[in-house]
Design a protein around this ligand. Structure first.
Ligand code: GLU
Length: 292
């Protein structure tokens, strides 16, 4: 009798799985997404049916996206992405994390390598020419990291005399912004593809400073307080968005709704407290979502 009932439950479950996977040509192993249903033809429906998603994030930024010992990235961006994935009815272990350094972010969205990017990604008009942003879900600001004992660099104006070298990352907003302050870009601005290389160059004495968002720098400082400090106050505003395909207004709107809900139910704050919040950065009030 008991065996029969177990068999019946298993049969119903199998049927449910079959229905979930219906129309899935991508080989997704549907694990059931019973409580979610999405309008046919939307990205949400496609991802929910496939039961898997590819997400671009950073792998080298403590507090936001850093590959942990598990081999999976950890941080605030990663947690925000997981909140979106949960809302899509996809299990967390079906996320494929793809490293998305600053300069490739638009490309991996446009060419479909990833379904979305969550990677300390400043919303701006130039980027909006190629992709679209949901959010913002956080507002950072550009800052400068120097060696702990440095007293000569106190802000971006300290680069104006042409004597100091500053490191940043290709394709980032801080790399562009700092050009306004250096006397001679060629010798003074050193560019790498990831921020950990800048940190190493600062530690090794090849450059005098690293510039990017305060929260990224605070992550490096938290990991090596004896070596580094911030040189002054923030000097830009960097609102972080989730990058999606330019014409996908439905997906953008779904992510915006999800972010609003995450702020309201406390999961946004919990994501922060569990990650970047441990490194001395301020969460502040939730930024107003820009539904353009
Ligand atoms: N938020 C800035 C940007 O999107 C700097 C951080 C980064 O390079 O990811 O360019």
């Amino acid at each position: 009798m008991r065996i029969k009932r177990v068999a019946a439950v298993a049969a119903v479950a199998a049927l449910a799985l079959g229905l979930t996977a219906c129309g899935d040509n991508n080989g997704g192993e549907g694990t059931g997404s019973g409580d979610k249903s999405f309008t046919a033809g939307t990205t949400m429906e496609k991802l929910n049916k496939a039961q898997k998603i590819k997400i671009g994030t950073k792998f080298d930024q403590p507090g936001f996206g850093q590959k942990g010992l598990s081999g999976k990235p950890e941080g605030f961006d990663v947690e925000i992405a997981k909140i979106i994935v949960k809302e899509l009815g996809i299990p967390e272990d079906k996320i494929e994390w793809v490293e998305a350094p600053s300069k490739v972010r638009e490309d991996v969205i446009v060419n479909g390598t990833v379904d979305l990017v969550a990677a300390t990604y400043t919303i701006n008009d130039k980027r909006k020419e190629r992709i679209a942003f949901a959010g913002p879900y956080y507002e950072a600001g550009q800052n400068i990291m120097v060696k702990k004992d440095d007293t000569t660099i106190t802000g971006p104006d300290s680069f104006k005399d042409g004597t100091k070298k500053v490191c940043s990352v290709t394709g980032s907003t801080p790399a562009e912004e700092i050009k306004k302050y250096v006397k001679d870009v060629g010798p003074q601005l050193v560019l790498f593809d990831t921020y950990d290389k800048c940190r190493d160059a600062l530690k090794g004495g090849q450059v005098d400073a690293v510039t990017t968002d305060n929260v990224i720098l605070l992550g490096y400082i938290a990991k090596d307080e004896a070596s580094f400090k911030l040189a002054g106050p923030n000097f830009t505003k960097e609102p972080y968005g989730i990058g999606v395909k330019k014409d996908d207004a439905d997906f953008r709107s779904f992510i915006n709704d999800t972010l609003d809900k995450a702020v309201a139910d406390g999961s946004w704050k919990k994501a922060w407290d569990d990650t970047a919040g441990k490194f001395g950065a301020e969460l502040g009030a939730a930024p107003t979502i820009n539904r353009y």
